[in-house]
Write a protein that binds this ligand. Sequence first.
Ligand SMILES: NC(=O)c1ccc[n+]([C@@H]2O[C@H](COP(=O)([O-])OP(=O)(O)OC[C@H]3O[C@@H](n4cnc5c(N)ncnc54)[C@H](OP(=O)(O)O)[C@@H]3O)[C@@H](O)[C@H]2O)c1
Length: 251
Amino acid sequence: MDINLEGRVAVVTGASRGIGAAIAKAYADAGAKVVLTARKLEGLEKAVAEIGEDRVHAIAAHAGKAEDAERVVAETLQKYGRLDVLVNNAATNPYMGPVIDAELPAWDKTFEVNLRGPLVWTQAVYRGWMKEHGGSVINVASIDGLRAGGPLAIYGITKSALIFLTQQLATEVGPNVRVNVLAPGLVKTEFARALWEGAGEDAKYPWPLQRLGQPNDIASAALFLASDAASWVTGGLFVIDGGGSLGGPFS
Ligand SMILES: NC(=O)c1ccc[n+]([C@@H]2O[C@H](COP(=O)([O-])OP(=O)(O)OC[C@H]3O[C@@H](n4cnc5c(N)ncnc54)[C@H](OP(=O)(O)O)[C@@H]3O)[C@@H](O)[C@H]2O)c1
């Protein structure tokens, strides 16, 4: 199967490192032009240098802000003339602990970036390009949005709602626009450092595929969903976690 994004243009939020940077690189390697966004230009410039300046462009933008989304859409259309793929990848997790004790500023901040963000960025690309020309939106949720009771309580609630938001949007924006959601398990990035640091490079994890995820494991799925190979896929939830959320003898 040929996964080719030649002639396509993608915007990836949270693309300066981790999963977002891996997705941006996978898209650029497949032939797309990619706009990388994150809050800090310094990190973005590093990612641009690693991927190759001729294929990507960096714009500093906050993932929770509608005005930033609109600015990125306008600048992308001005520079590349189209916008076929949006990846809502950026997220935050300022609070660990029981939701019953949660302070509202942490709740609001998590919802602003993790849920309101994907909505306002999708609205901006839809109104600015995809409604008329079509496209693919890929949201990055988490297996923490699939089961209650974990320590990342507010974060898990936003990711659960992001899965529902994906499915709702998919019912509204077809047939030209597809909307899908990825639910990664534990991936070796800065974001999850506290959860994997200290385990050692060769650690065998107690789940079927026995290893930690790498950003490229998630980028492969994002590449499929951006491409024509996924042209009959919308509203889909893709769990990519080495089998960790299956339960069974190791859980
Ligand atoms: N790693 C895991 O184990 C794991 C598991 C399940 C799901 N996920 C999900 O995967 C996605 C990416 O996570 P990651 O592990 O790759 O994280 P990461 O390595 O920490 O990267 C996060 C990226 O998001 C940007 N970012 C953070 N807050 C932002 C904001 N308010 N506005 C714009 N950009 C922002 C960061 O750059 P700046 O700081 O410069 O803004 C950075 O580019 C998230 O949605 C996360 O929930 C991760």
